[in-house]
Design a protein around this ligand. Structure first.
Ligand SMILES: [Zn+2]
Length: 323
């Protein structure tokens, strides 16, 4: 009991799920197309879990895009996949009869990298996932940084106050300038062919091409400013860049000279690739199941009704009345 768990990573393109051992080994994995319909995502998730289910798993961990209160499993907002209108964790518990934990998808990826990837042995980590948008999460002395509930939305660090309007309501968030989506816009604005990718530009920059260097700086320069602010604020051992363009972002930053200042942390590429989310989600489920004394406790609003867990947090009501 407690030696395996099922991790689920809900993305905009695919829902991935894997049964994972306590050493981070993927024992079986499945995936299916995602959907903008939350009910369809729930049905897909239940189906994938059913394909992986065996006796004796510790539980199910699920990484969800958007703002998530991991202490209660409440989803406040999302993007293309927005599960905030469903009591997703509760419905999953009822459908599977299993212990279920929900966290933001980048938080799950960070837990995976911390346990088995680029963050092994480090207690203080900052992670940004560079994809369609920019996700974020931080580990503080081995624990996810939560703030009131949804800390770590690093894609919404403002780096250009007069910049483009962001989905969050502010202007000039780093997500509007340094995401994969923004990369395509920088390429277009430079007059380069639409299919030009980051690898092309990195190679051209290495050969001294000024236009390629300018596009990479327009893309990764704002990311450097956001990371500089996070390093001064959080003083991490490492900054990990993951997601589909994390490795390219590390390479792009390597060609942009860093300022000489007090606040420095190494910036490295995540190592687990697309597996980080499912591996981290499974690890999260195993750890929290063990911390609860391996009891399948009664859950009230997603929080154990009894027993103590070091992850258990007070359930705070938000100013807008949502809990
Ligand atoms: Zn924003």
């Amino acid at each position: 009991m407690g030696q395996t768990a099922i991790g689920v990573d809900i993305g905009g393109t695919h829902v991935r799920a894997a049964r994972v051992s306590n050493s981070g080994q993927i024992l079986a994995s499945v995936r299916a197309p995602s959907s903008a319909d939350p009910q369809q995502v729930l049905a897909t998730t239940i189906d994938l879990i059913g394909q992986l289910m065996v006796d004796g798993i510790a539980g199910i961990g699920v990484g969800v895009p958007g703002r998530v209160d991991g202490s209660t499993g409440t989803v406040f907002s999302g993007g293309y996949v927005d599960l905030s209108k469903l009591p997703f964790a509760q419905l999953l518990r009822e459908a599977t009869g299993q212990f279920v934990v929900l966290e933001n998808d980048c938080s799950m990826a960070l837990l995976g990298e911390a346990a088995f990837g680029a963050g092994q042995g480090k207690q203080n980590l900052v992670m940004l996932t560079i994809g369609t948008g920019i996700g974020g999460a931080a580990l503080d002395h081995g624990h996810l940084l939560r703030g009131r509930s949804t800390a770590g939305q690093f894609g919404h660090v403002v780096v250009a106050p007069d910049g483009l309007l962001c989905a969050c309501g502010r202007r000039g968030c780093v997500e509007t300038l340094s995401s994969g989506t923004a990369f395509g816009r920088h390429v277009c604005e430079a007059g380069l062919p639409p299919g030009t990718n980051a690898d092309d530009l990195l190679e051209r920059r290495n050969r001294g091409d000024a236009q390629a260097a300018a596009v990479l700086t327009a893309w990764a320069g704002p990311l450097r400013r956001a990371i500089d602010g996070l390093v001064a604020t959080l003083d991490p051992d490492l900054v990990l860049l993951g997601g589909g363009m994390g490795g390219r972002a590390v390479a792009a930053l390597a060609g942009i000279p860093a300022e000489n200042c007090w606040y420095q942390s190494p910036i490295v590429a995540a190592q687990l690739g697309d597996d980080a989310g499912v591996v981290g989600a499974a690890r999260c489920a195993m750890d929290r199941f063990a911390a609860r004394g391996c009891k399948r406790a009664v859950l009230v609003n997603g929080v154990p009704a009894s027993g103590k867990s070091r992850w258990r947090m007070p359930c705070r009501r938000r100013p807008d009345g949502r809990s």
